[in-house]
Design a protein around this ligand. Structure first.
Ligand code: PHB
Length: 395
């Protein structure tokens, strides 16, 4: 028999969603235990996207999770859409009065972990959750094993699945690990990190006849770039020179500053929303609840918005107000989730070239890019969505 540990909120997953929730709960005096199968070093080394919406930055700063985002992050007031070799800037500040911040996800994770551990939070690394049980009761459980193989059991008022796109908590909510609305794409991104100065002040999203490319950044000396590729591509199959040629051919309007490539990976694309985000006291947030293709840079931002809403609901419950607000989570969170699903799908389809695209498809796509960039009305939708819509409220 395993000794069950009792807590108020059991959180599976120490990614941005799980850690941010633990941090906000901590600040509200609500106890939580976070379990993750990875070590702290592995979590802090996760390479993910780097764009934070205005509202995400506000919450990180206001909650005391990160001041570094303002000092070490870079404010970007626009992006460039490049097509037919010509760049068109979308000026976020002029169009919607907001900006985004370039601050990589692993920096957010480092800030959150440092803060939580300093605050005495209970984070159990290398603890693999296997199953969520008792989802039909008022005390759902998480059962799993630690790195030594010793079983553990958490019993909580709420179990939160913040355990990413391969969520095990999903089974307790929708009956299977894959149950949801789902779309795959016939392409992926080949991502690199290289040692070079930035090639541009802002991000460049390029549509070219050879396919999509994204020129992003990490710092003054490290850059992140992506190239549309086949989902089955082997990252080792291209030489550095072939990668630079491919990137440069797709961003012909900008001379890329090259340097040694020290990291390569292939990111598959999918759109996913779980059939349901909650069952009684088991709730899914972040990638466990939904996945978006990376073109709109929405993944982490959407996760943080889920957390903001759920925290409000849990705060109300632990203040003795019952489950009324928590019960509204799914309905309210889904509004933004589906908006972001549409935006991410739209950016993806506007900017990538499918292998079976006809001449008509190609010309229609260029017409779309022209419509979006040629007028304030066209660009404003993109600017509004990219910088982030106003936060929803549970009521
Ligand atoms: C990144 O810098 O990794 C990045 C930026 C923007 C995106 C996706 C990824 O849309």
């Amino acid at each position: 028999m395993v000794d069950a540990v009792r807590t108020q909120v059991a959180i599976i997953g120490a990614g941005p969603a799980g850690l941010m929730l633990a941090h906000l709960l901590n600040a509200s005096g609500i106890a939580s235990i976070v379990v993750d199968n990875r070590s702290r070093a592995d979590i802090e080394a996760t390479i993910r996207a780097g764009i934070l919406e205005n509202g995400t930055v506000d919450l990180l700063v206001a909650s005391g999770a990160s001041d570094r985002v303002l000092t070490d992050g870079h404010r970007h007031d626009g992006i460039e859409l490049q097509f037919e070799g010509e760049g068109r800037r979308i000026d976020f500040r002029q169009l919607v009065g907001r900006s985004v911040w370039l601050y990589p996800q692993h920096e957010v994770l480092k800030d959150l972990l440092a803060r939580l551990l300093a605050d005495g939070a209970d984070i159990r690394f290398e603890h693999e959750a296997g199953l969520v049980t008792d989802e039909d009761t008022d005390t759902p459980k998480v059962v799993g094993r630690d790195a030594a193989g010793t079983p553990f059991e958490l019993v909580a008022d709420f179990v939160i699945g913040a355990d990413g796109s391969r969520s095990i908590a999903r089974t307790a909510v929708v009956g299977s690990q894959t149950g949801g609305y789902f779309r795959e794409y016939p392409f992926a991104w080949f991502g690199i990190l290289c040692e070079a100065p930035p090639s541009a002040k802002e991000l460049i999203y390029a549509n070219s006849a050879n396919g999509f490319a994204l020129i992003s950044q990490r710092s003054d000396t490290v850059q992140r770039m992506y190239l549309q590729c086949d989902p089955d591509m082997d990252p080792a199959s291209l030489s550095d020179a072939e990668i630079w040629d491919a990137l440069q051919s797709r961003v012909s309007g900008t001379a890329l500053k090259q340097g040694p490539i020290f990291q390569r990976d292939v990111l598959r694309f999918r759109s996913f929303v779980a059939w349901h985000l909650q069952k009684r006291r088991v709730v899914l947030i972040g990638d466990a609840a939904h996945t978006v293709p990376p073109t709109g840079a929405k993944g982490m931002n959407l996760a943080i918005h889920d957390v903001r809403l759920l925290h409000r609901g849990l705060e109300s419950y632990f203040a003795g107000e019952g489950t009324g607000l928590v019960d509204r989570f799914e309905q309210v969170a889904l509004k933004r989730i589906w908006r972001a699903q549409h935006f991410s799908w739209w950016m993806t389809s506007m900017l990538h070239v499918a292998a079976d695209a006809t001449d008509f498809d190609r010309r229609r796509q260029l017409g779309e890019l022209e419509s979006v960039t040629a007028s304030a009305a066209g660009s404003t939708y993109l600017a509004e969505a990219y910088t982030g819509w106003p936060a929803e409220e549970l009521g």
